[in-house]
Design a protein around this ligand. Structure first.
Ligand SMILES: [Zn+2]
Length: 341
């Protein structure tokens, strides 16, 4: 099959579109013909070198395709079905996994991170990871969903315990997690303030996703605008994934006993914290990583019902993976970048 692999870490130039042997699925696996795989910022970190990534490596986390073969031990899945492959790897039998807390499994990793991903033509997936997709979604839309929607759902619903009527600040309206988090918060009848680097993105956040207020983070100071919008009170929840560039502002935006939940550090991972603010303002700081299979199924239910919408920015042929990585790195998109084998 054709696959994208890199044999050394580095820039987009290390990505090779090459021929490799077809995967040999186990009897408890399903062989999927990959139709679409969406990119995440994780792809860029993995390519640049993360601990645990073995070379050569196939990147790509969000796999959607058609079932080609069903293993002897697998039931309930038919060949020809359109499926999403849950973008996570876990052991399936430890105490955490059987409790449904797959993202706390010691073997947990994201597909395409410490294990090979889906930037290829064929993918052998454990049957437990395979979720049928209704006809209402095309392959590119479906591939835009899993990683970012399960991440945002776990952050807001699983960890921050989002409740109707709260005010939520979502950083990065045009990012995958931002697009998911804004829609989830609106579905819970919350007031949503979001940020972006230009007016066009802020307008899309309002009209496409339902955000109530937009802040241009190049022209306005986030904490000052949030103070104005909330009548000096601050927000209940901040959805962070930007990191060093926004950390201090994010903390300033919280009301007393507010919650900051973070799943990323795109602009840098070292930040400071004044402990006096942490305890005196009774802040809650939560670290979030992906989500559980239960949460993925829950959020997919809302997507399949049309209450949450995937947003595809642009597609590339898999053979143009270097251009796709370069495009993602520029952060000019609104929505997901998808590659098609
Ligand atoms: Zn486990």
């Amino acid at each position: 099959m054709k696959a994208v692999r890199f044999h050394q870490f580095g820039g987009p130039e290390v990505l090779n579109y090459e021929d490799i042997p077809d995967p040999q699925p186990r009897k408890d696996q399903v062989l999927v013909r990959v139709k679409a795989c969406s990119l995440n910022h994780l792809d860029l970190w993995v390519r640049q070198g993360l601990p645990g990534v073995k070379l050569p490596h196939i990147p790509g986390s969000d796999i959607v395709g058609e079932v080609l073969e069903v293993g002897e031990y697998v039931s309930g899945i038919k060949s020809g079905q359109s499926v999403i492959v849950a973008p996570m790897h876990f052991c399936g039998h430890c105490a955490k996994c059987v409790a449904g807390l797959q993202n706390q499994c010691r073997e947990f990793t994201v597909l395409g991170n410490a294990v090979d991903g889906g930037d290829c033509e064929l993918f052998a997936a454990p049957a437990t990871n395979v979720i049928p997709v209704p006809d209402s979604l095309d392959f590119n839309q479906a591939a835009s969903v899993p990683l970012v929607f399960v991440t945002a759902w776990h952050m807001l619903v699983g960890l921050a315990q989002l409740r109707p009527g709260q005010t939520v600040l979502v950083l990065g309206a045009s990012s995958g997690v931002g697009i998911a988090a804004i829609q989830i918060a609106k579905m819970f009848h919350c007031r949503v303030i979001t940020t972006a680097g230009n007016e066009e993105k802020l307008e899309k956040a309002r009209t496409l996703l339902g955000a109530d207020h937009g802040i241009n983070h190049y022209r306005q100071k986030i904490s000052e605008e949030v103070r104005k919008i909330t009548n000096k009170e601050g927000v209940d929840i901040v959805v962070e994934h930007v990191g060093a560039a926004t950390w201090e502002e994010s903390l300033k935006c919280l009301k007393t006993a507010g919650t900051l939940v973070t799943c990323g550090a795109t602009t840098g991972s070292s930040v400071g914290i004044d402990l006096r603010h942490l305890f005196a303002r009774q802040l809650r700081l939560l670290g979030s990583y992906m989500g559980t299979m239960g949460e993925l199924n829950e959020v997919l239910g809302h997507v399949f019902a049309g209450r949450l919408k995937p947003v595809v920015d642009r597609t590339f042929p898999l053979s143009e993976i270097r251009a796709a990585h370069e495009y993602l790195a520029k952060s000019q998109m609104f929505g997901k970048v998808v590659v098609n084998p």
